[in-house]
Design a protein around this ligand. Structure first.
Ligand SMILES: *Cc1c(COP(=O)(O)O)cnc(C)c1O
Length: 391
């Protein structure tokens, strides 16, 4: 066996939450619990996506339009749609710099295949837990970048705490904090100077509203020689259960005379047989004029929820980040409570479920994540309940 797996810490986060919630509900059957802990979308797929999926299913049932294996790196129609989407951000990509994936999570782990096992990974703390676990499974060395109140959970390069593979997630899960262009420029310069590579997770890019904030690392000058971007239709278009995303590996990303794009292509053609045609057709509908409009409606709905949550905590004088360009609000637990004590208080006194920050790394202790992926009326009721406790 791969003994590195024995170094993984068991994650009890979501199972402990479920256990506590079930127990509380059992003892209090008449209480309505509101769940603001979910990191999953709740609105259904849009009409345009559904129609496109259905048409693709029909095509698969007819001999003239049936499709078997597709290109491992994705169908051209979807890669071109993504290329045009980047053009709107003033980012020019070649079609073969874009690789269609079955979601960002797989590629964020798989990308390690193309890097030397000697590399040191630099991982934020707190952060999306999959980065660290993928590195532990591969037996890789890891340094941590601490997010905290003073850097507003947007850590910057530190002397004496470097790495070869730098994981950045912006807008961030779990904190909702979003790097500015100036901050990302510092990271890009740092990576180019040190021969390091930025693995940029932009799964929440669609939630960015502030025009001064970047939605892609490739908006930053110099990034094409030092960055790979991972994106997903999961949070954008409700594809969490459908499974589709993409990874951008620029041609200019070269190490010791070799294009990393070539290594990734080889890796994918060897270990991956592509995303289903039907799913890619569904994803392409996101980029049609009508598809864009529908997806935008959903994002707006979640962002309005986020605003309601943000405004409540602002009014109550809590310290927090996120919620303006992100579906997550990251609050500091009041009265120096730890994450789980605050979780218990929220569950038993307000009957609200959030996510304890400590579940995202030691740096999340003392914080609490609230998600805007819920129904509007529940968000409003939850905020009224919190106001009753803290006003
Ligand atoms: C949800 C999420 C993803 C997307 O994962 P998929 O595999 O595409 O569903 C990636 N990164 C972060 C930080 C996420 O929260």
């Amino acid at each position: 066996m791969n003994k590195n797996f024995l170094n993984l810490k068991d994650s009890y986060l979501f199972s402990t939450i479920a256990k506590k919630v079930n127990e509380f509900q059992k003892n209090n059957p008449n209480i309505k619990i509101i769940r603001l802990g979910i990191g999953d979308v709740t609105l259904p797929l849009t009409k345009e996506v559904i129609t496109s999926l259905q048409n693709a299913v029909t095509e698969m049932g007819e001999v003239d339009t049936f499709k078997g294996y597709g290109p491992e790196q994705g169908y051209e129609f979807l890669r071109i749609a993504i290329k045009n989407y980047y053009k709107e951000k003033n980012v020019t990509l070649q079609t073969d710099e874009i690789f269609i994936s079955d979601g960002a999570k797989s590629d964020l782990g798989n990308i390690l295949d193309i890097f030397s096992s000697e590399c040191i990974s630099l991982i934020p703390n707190p952060v999306y837990p999959a980065y660290l676990d993928a590195n532990i499974m591969a037996g890789r060395r890891v340094n941590f970048l601490n997010g905290n109140e003073s850097n507003k959970f947007l850590p910057m390069p530190e002397d004496g705490n470097g790495g070869d593979l730098i994981y950045l997630c912006s807008p961030n899960n779990p904190t909702g904090a979003t790097y500015t262009r100036e901050q990302l420029k510092v990271w890009v310069d740092y990576a180019n100077k040190n021969g390091a590579i930025i693995l940029f997770d932009s799964a929440y890019e669609c939630f960015v509203r502030d025009e001064n904030l970047p939605t892609s690392i490739f908006e930053i000058e110099g990034s094409k020689t030092c960055a790979i971007e991972f994106c997903s239709f999961s949070k954008t278009a409700g594809f969490t259960g459908v499974r589709c995303g993409y990874t951008v590996v620029p041609h200019n990303l070269v190490q010791e005379g070799t294009q990393l794009n070539k290594l990734w292509l080889r890796r994918q053609t060897t270990k991956f047989n592509g995303v289903p045609y039907i799913i890619q057709k569904g994803a392409a509908a996101i980029f049609t004029p009508q598809g864009k409009k529908e997806v935008e409606e959903n994002i707006k709905y979640y962002l309005e929820n986020a605003k309601i949550i943000r405004n409540t905590f602002k009014e109550l004088g809590f310290w927090f980040v996120g919620g303006d360009n992100s579906p997550y609000i990251w609050i500091k637990c009041p009265d120096n409570m730890d994450s789980w004590s605050f979780f218990d208080k929220m569950l038993t006194e307000a009957n609200i479920v959030g996510t304890p920050g400590a579940g995202f790394g030691t740096g999340g202790e003392g914080y609490f994540r609230i998600s805007a992926f819920g129904a509007r009326e529940n968000v409003i009721e939850a905020m009224d309940r919190i106001k009753k406790i803290y006003q």
